[in-house]
Design a protein around this ligand. Structure first.
Ligand code: SF4
Ligand code: SF4
Length: 350
């Protein structure tokens, strides 16, 4: 299918059609924040700004039941108690409409971890395969955006099923996957005509607005060479208050904790997002904590994304450049500056 044009006034009717078959998540304003919520007719859909939170929870909920369990006596052998386990899989067909290219691409960081030869996470995979992304290309990147530093761009379609490019009066829709094509068949579309050229101009201008990306090819080894330089890490983490906002808002942070909630003989096993910027994240049962200070924790956060993860995943950086950790940090810690300072610092010490 070629690119098509969707008039702005037809967006809601498309969403209504999608919502009949799929959980349809769209941006919604809640207080000062823009978050992804199920589409409801008559509500404002703020597409003109990057959402405060990414749509990470659509595939990796903040807290999800992985399984239910129940202890029961063996009727043949009443002295013995067995456990029955029932997996809980989120298999509702879903679509996220209006997230940004960096948001959809963020899931590729998850895929390399949870859908690999070494580990295959059934709960993650079930939601992942049931969730589609109709992504909105960025026409005006924010000052905090740096997707082009990490091999992406404001109209990157990798990880999306449809790329929607905003043009005057509506959107040019480009199918990326077969599933995306099928979603487009449900939209009241028109031939793109001269809007296709407008869409190309939007993409070009947005890419230009981001400016030139610095060369991060040395980041992996430079960060590693600073591993024991705690003066450096204490300096760059001095402002951090360990609030964890950067990890909770990050489309590529995939750490979790597991807890069992039990009442009587029945219970549920929950997976909940965890936060490596918290003191308790690495606290061991012995009382020893291998990351006792915020300097150790920020070193891990930056090092993981720009050095340790790329080291075991063919050079892929575990950051999609969305800039949310910069925008929402109460202390103005800027991950871009830390990476650049690391490259410069280790160069100076060579
Ligand atoms: S958001 Fe900022 S202050 Fe909070 S933990 Fe992250 S770097 Fe530290
Ligand atoms: S580290 Fe920051 S810029 Fe990178 S993906 Fe996470 S929130 Fe976005």
């Amino acid at each position: 299918m070629a690119a098509k044009y969707l008039k702005k006034e037809n967006l809601v009717s498309w969403l209504q059609t999608l919502a009949k078959e799929r959980l349809t998540l769209v941006p919604r304003r809640e207080g000062d924040a823009v978050v992804f919520r199920p589409f409801a007719p008559g509500q404002d859909i703020p597409l003109d700004q990057q959402a405060t939170t990414p749509p990470k929870a659509a595939v990796f909920p903040q807290c999800e039941p992985l399984l239910a369990f129940k202890y029961a006596k063996d009727p043949e052998n009443p002295g013995k108690v067995g456990v029955q386990v029932k997996e809980k899989l989120g298999d509702t067909p879903s679509v996220v409409v209006g997230c940004r290219p960096c948001d959809a691409r963020g899931f590729l960081t998850f895929d390399r971890v949870y859908d690999s030869d070494r580990a295959s996470d059934l709960n993650y995979l079930t939601r992942r395969r049931n969730t589609l992304f109709a992504t909105l290309a960025c026409d005006e990147p924010a000052s905090t955006c740096f997707c082009n530093w990490v091999g992406s761009g404001p109209a990157d379609a990798e990880g999306s099923d449809i790329l929607m490019v905003p043009v005057e009066g509506g959107f040019v829709l480009e199918p990326v996957t077969e599933a995306g094509e099928k979603l487009m068949e449900q939209a009241p579309l028109e031939d793109a005509g001269d809007k296709a050229a407008l869409a190309e101009a939007v993409k070009e201008n947005a890419a230009k607005a981001l400016g030139e990306a610095p060369d991060l090819s040395q980041a992996r080894e430079k960060l590693l060479s600073l591993f024991d330089n705690m003066d450096f890490w204490e300096g760059v983490s001095a402002k951090c208050i360990s609030c964890g906002a950067c990890t909770y808002l990050c489309p590529t942070c995939y750490c979790f904790n597991i807890t069992d909630e039990q009442s009587g003989a029945e219970g549920v096993r929950l997976r909940t997002w965890d936060n490596c910027m918290s003191y308790l994240f690495t606290m061991e049962a012995s009382g020893h904590n291998p990351r006792p200070t915020k300097a150790h924790r920020l070193k891990n956060r930056v090092g993981h994304k720009f050095s340790y993860y790329p080291d075991i995943h063919d050079g892929h950086i575990a950051c999609c450049g969305c800039g949310r950790c910069i925008k929402s940090c109460p202390s103005s810690v800027d991950i871009r500056q830390i990476v650049l300072q690391a490259i410069a610092a280790s160069a100076a010490s060579e």
